[in-house]
Design a protein around this ligand. Structure first.
Ligand SMILES: *[C@@H]1O[C@H](CO)[C@@H](O)[C@H](O)[C@H]1NC(C)=O
Ligand SMILES: *[C@@H]1O[C@H](CO)[C@@H](O)[C@H](O)[C@H]1NC(C)=O
Ligand SMILES: *[C@@H]1O[C@H](CO)[C@@H](O)[C@H](O)[C@H]1NC(C)=O
Ligand SMILES: *[C@@H]1O[C@H](CO)[C@@H](O)[C@H](O)[C@H]1NC(C)=O
Ligand SMILES: *[C@@H]1O[C@H](CO)[C@@H](O)[C@H](O)[C@H]1NC(C)=O
Ligand SMILES: *[C@@H]1O[C@H](CO)[C@@H](O)[C@H](O)[C@H]1NC(C)=O
Ligand SMILES: *[C@@H]1O[C@H](CO)[C@@H](O)[C@H](O)[C@H]1NC(C)=O
Ligand SMILES: *[C@@H]1O[C@H](CO)[C@@H](O)[C@H](O)[C@H]1NC(C)=O
Ligand SMILES: *[C@@H]1O[C@H](CO)[C@@H](O)[C@H](O)[C@H]1NC(C)=O
Ligand SMILES: *[C@@H]1O[C@H](CO)[C@@H](O)[C@H](O)[C@H]1NC(C)=O
Ligand SMILES: *[C@@H]1O[C@H](CO)[C@@H](O)[C@H](O)[C@H]1NC(C)=O
Ligand SMILES: *[C@@H]1O[C@H](CO)[C@@H](O)[C@H](O)[C@H]1NC(C)=O
Length: 476
């Protein structure tokens, strides 16, 4: 069912081509129903622990999202042979970002003995075996500039952000769970074979921090691994490449649209309660009042690491209670659903801002079909604003804020004697076939479960176009 249709035409060096991008709206649920978000109750999932009981594994857990595990894995019919997988995940749980710590309250972070390891390594003699160097953040009151950065830093030995001990543990379990499902299916040994396996990170160190834990679970006998990284100027994984057209489209449907600003206006009373605890000024310009992101991050990071909700430094009886925190969590999901699915132009934004990564994925899949690559498994460690636009391109039917460790798996299968197509794609979200709003899959059900891979290629061609087309579309 096509509810809305948007044609975009652009040209490059005299060549004219067109994409036929269509926005298929998501399902209407409590997640994107503003009345429920503001006036309902409860958190939209688990926000207080990395552990989801087996009996309900698969539900939303902000601290540690569901991923592929042996227990829940749906084994395909035996005439499907797994050829290749590509995984993209968000990093695991961390301290808040520095920008989210300008919150004058009473909870501090201790990172004694935990933190990023960072050192150089050469190729010869002693240079190939240097001492492991770990960062320990510190502040000194003699430095008068310390306070201008944010009170969260003062007296803390954490980097904001850094992956916490719990987040490294979750990364390890994630890798071990993937190994249990895929090692035998893909013939992966306990030692990493760089011809068969690739891992890629962004320039944000937290993705490398997660890789250390993950790789230990995936390849228990490997200790020294090269991770791939693109330069920020054109990195497709963090989507840091320049795309001014995407930026202006995003601005138009967020800060430039009442469809976005209405929830901030309706949430004015909540801001008053939160500001009273945090001391954030009503006229703040650091982003606390342009979305609920900073409050969400500041509160959820605490709860995932078993810290109490904050109270005012001036009045310890003035605290954020659980029902206020839960409302902030509902608002966060609402915002992500709006950014990447509800807004009419969200698909266009996703296609422009994350299209380059999808084109790389399509290239990897085609290499498998053409049998020009030995790689069996490609793993990407990324961010919520990587998975967000990707879920937007895939037009997932229920959009959430991709929580810690969120995972999308692209599985390429070959099927013996199956008529027109021999290659099939299954896309797993939270460990299960992804339900989208796309007219793909059996009877156009939108379930990305063994769809002919050519259908996916056609969809990408219609939605993103070719590389040169995407590049040109970004420049306007
Ligand atoms: C929430 O409830 C209040 C009071 O009943 C009402 O005034 C307000 O319109 C509701 N908000 C939304 C977004 O429906
Ligand atoms: C939105 O949520 C409100 C409150 O729960 C409910 O009354 C209303 O029916 C919902 N709207 C839709 C379209 O589901
Ligand atoms: C939130 O802000 C407080 C104060 O800056 C800081 O101590 C804490 O680290 C910040 N972040 C959160 C919630 O954890
Ligand atoms: C690591 O994860 C396992 C499984 O979730 C859990 O049982 C264990 O308590 C965790 N350990 C730490 C240090 O967080
Ligand atoms: C699996 O790998 C082993 C050695 O790494 C190799 O001998 C064997 O042929 C491989 N099996 C398949 C099915 O690729
Ligand atoms: C706001 O939403 C309405 C209803 O979905 C839509 O028709 C309109 O185009 C949107 N406006 C903007 C500026 O996004
Ligand atoms: C605490 O009180 C001081 C002095 O009135 C004020 O400057 C500061 O903003 C207050 N902090 C909070 C979190 O309300
Ligand atoms: C916010 O308002 C206060 C007074 O109410 C003023 O001192 C301050 O300069 C204002 N800050 C900004 C960024 O406008
Ligand atoms: C939580 O705090 C809000 C004010 O921020 C208050 O209106 C509400 O009654 C409190 N809820 C509970 C369950 O204490
Ligand atoms: C979507 O973006 C295009 C290109 O910027 C713009 O012309 C159109 O008005 C936008 N549509 C909506 C509904 O905002
Ligand atoms: C697809 O549609 C056909 C015809 O309507 C129906 O017979 C078949 O059961 C449907 N298949 C599935 C998996 O829903
Ligand atoms: C991509 O789509 C265009 C039309 O939008 C079509 O002309 C072209 O043949 C398609 N390319 C492939 C490889 O399917």
């Amino acid at each position: 069912m096509i509810l809305s249709l948007f044609h975009l035409t652009f040209s490059l060096a005299g060549l004219t081509s067109a994409t036929n991008l269509v926005h298929y709206p998501p399902k209407l649920t409590n997640l994107n129903n503003l009345t429920f978000v503001l006036n309902g109750t409860g958190a939209p999932g688990i926000f207080t622990s990395s552990t989801t009981p087996d009996s309900e594994y698969g539900i939303y857990n902000w601290c540690n999202m569901p991923h592929v595990r042996t227990r829940e894995y749906q084994v395909p019919a035996s005439d499907y042979t797994l050829k290749y997988i590509e995984i993209i995940q968000r990093h695991h749980k961390r301290t808040p970002y520095a920008s989210n710590t300008f919150f004058k309250e009473d909870i501090s972070w201790d990172c004694t003995g935990e933190g990023p390891v960072y050192y150089g390594k050469g190729t010869v003699g002693v240079t190939s075996d240097p001492t492991v160097v770990q960062w320990s953040a510190y502040t000194n009151p003699e430095n008068p500039f310390t306070n201008s950065v944010g009170p969260g830093f003062v007296g803390s030995n954490c980097a904001f952000p850094q992956i916490t001990t719990g987040g490294i543990n979750d990364s390890y379990i994630h890798g071990a769970d993937l190994r249990a499902v895929y090692a035998e299916r893909l013939n992966l040994s306990t030692t990493l074979d760089p011809n068969m396996f690739k891992i890629r990170v962004t320039s944000n160190p937290i993705t490398s921090q997660v890789s250390g834990g993950l790789l230990h679970g995936l390849f228990p006998d490997s200790s020294d691994v090269a991770v791939l990284i693109q330069a920020d100027a054109f990195d497709s994984l963090s989507a840091s490449y320049s795309c001014p057209v995407a930026d202006s489209i995003f601005t138009a449907y967020t800060t430039g649209s009442v469809n976005w600003t209405e929830h901030l206006k309706d949430g004015a009373g909540l801001y008053e309660e939160l500001d009273a605890v945090s001391g954030i000024a009503e006229n703040d310009t650091a982003g606390w009042h342009t979305s609920f992101d900073h409050y969400y991050d500041n509160l959820s990071a605490k709860q995932c690491d078993s810290k109490p909700l904050p109270c005012s430094v001036n009045d310890t009886s003035l605290c954020v209670n659980q029902s206020l925190a839960d409302t902030v969590f509902r608002l966060g999901s609402y915002e992500y659903s709006y950014y990447y699915r509800d807004a009419f132009n969200s698909t266009l934004f996703g296609a422009l801002s994350y299209g380059a990564w999808v084109l790389e994925l399509v290239g990897h899949l085609k290499e498998q079909i053409e049998e020009t690559s030995e790689v069996k498994y490609f793993h990407n460690v990324a961010h919520d604003d990587s998975l967000g636009p990707l879920l937007g391109i895939l037009q997932i039917s229920e959009m959430v804020w991709p929580g810690m460790g969120s995972e999308i798996v692209f599985e390429l299968y070959e099927k013996s004697s199956s008529g027109s197509s021999n290659y099939f794609l299954r896309v797993l979200w939270g460990g299960q076939p992804m339900q989208t709003s796309l007219p793909l899959g059996t009877n156009s059900s939108g379930l990305l479960d063994m769809i002919p891979v050519e259908d996916f290629f056609d969809y990408v061609n219609n939605t993103i176009g070719t590389g040169p087309e995407l590049f040109a579309a970004c420049q306007g």
